[in-house]
Design a protein around this ligand. Structure first.
Ligand SMILES: C[S@@+](CC[C@H](N)C(=O)[O-])C[C@H]1O[C@@H](n2cnc3c(N)ncnc32)[C@H](O)[C@@H]1O
Length: 229
């Protein structure tokens, strides 16, 4: 898939996730070598998600983060625009509310959420700036964010190994077990992620303070945290 923008991207991304939803969890575990769930746990730890917190799991997909947050006693709302991904979340039978909605226009009241989580979805949004402003709007003052996404390692040697794995092996595996185009898009879509300083500047501008980036697996993934000023 070439990299679309604007409304074309919105539709292409939604249709793609609707297509790959049935095997999404399986591929996630395989592609991340089983590490994705521990990264989600770490994100929830970093945002100190606990009993009674109102958590918005943005772009919740099949509900991995939502489930972990609910296991901690949080009151969770998962929002996603792909109905088939939400169907996967709903099939878990977990105690979370799920809503079909767009991250750019959240069906959530102002100042009502303690923590916004977002797993592996930043690069899929049409406008990160708009989504960051939405996150900020729905959070209570002092509310936290924990955003996980892929990243590109800084070291040239690590980058070479990572590229072989992520740019070659992952699309091959995805083609075998799911949808070749979708798993070709996965590495290509990292191009949508702005450089770290720009990402941080966007979060600052949206009104977040204390923005911190934690690098995972030699820079293959990242968790961004911060709080609503
Ligand atoms: C890679 S999946 C991540 C799912 C889940 N957060 C996880 O940790 O596995 C990205 C998700 O973002 C959702 N998504 C992308 N753009 C969205 C938007 N504008 N509004 C709502 N959901 C969106 C997709 O439908 C998909 O479920």
């Amino acid at each position: 898939m070439s990299l679309p923008t604007g409304h074309e991207k919105h539709v292409a991304v939604r249709d793609m996730f609707d297509r790959i939803a049935p095997r999404y969890d399986l591929l996630n575990r395989m592609v991340s070598l089983g590490l994705d769930q521990s990264w989600r746990r770490l994100a929830l730890d970093l945002a100190a998600v606990g009993e009674g917190d109102r958590v918005l799991d943005l772009a919740c997909g099949t509900g991995d983060l939502s489930e972990q947050a609910a296991d901690r006693g949080a009151i969770v709302l998962g929002v996603d625009f792909a109905r088939e991904m939400l169907r996967g979340a709903s099939a878990r039978g977990i105690a979370v509310d799920l809503a079909n909605g767009d991250a750019a226009k959240l069906p959530v009241a102002d100042n009502s959420i303690d923590v916004v989580t977002c797993g592996f979805a930043l690069r899929n949004f049409v406008s990160l700036e708009v989504v960051f402003v939405e996150m900020h709007r729905v959070l209570k003052p002092g509310g936290r964010i924990a955003l996980i996404d892929v990243d590109r390692p800084e070291s040239a040697i690590v980058r070479t190994g990572h590229s072989l794995y992520f740019d070659r092996f992952v699309p091959f595996l995805g083609g075998l077990l799911s949808d070749r185009d979708a798993y070709r898009y996965l590495p290509e879509s990292t191009a949508y992620l702005p450089p770290p300083e720009e990402l941080r500047a966007m979060l600052d501008k949206a009104g977040f303070e204390g923005v911190t980036k934690r690098r995972l697996l030699l820079g293959a993934a990242q968790i961004l945290t911060g709080a609503k000023a």
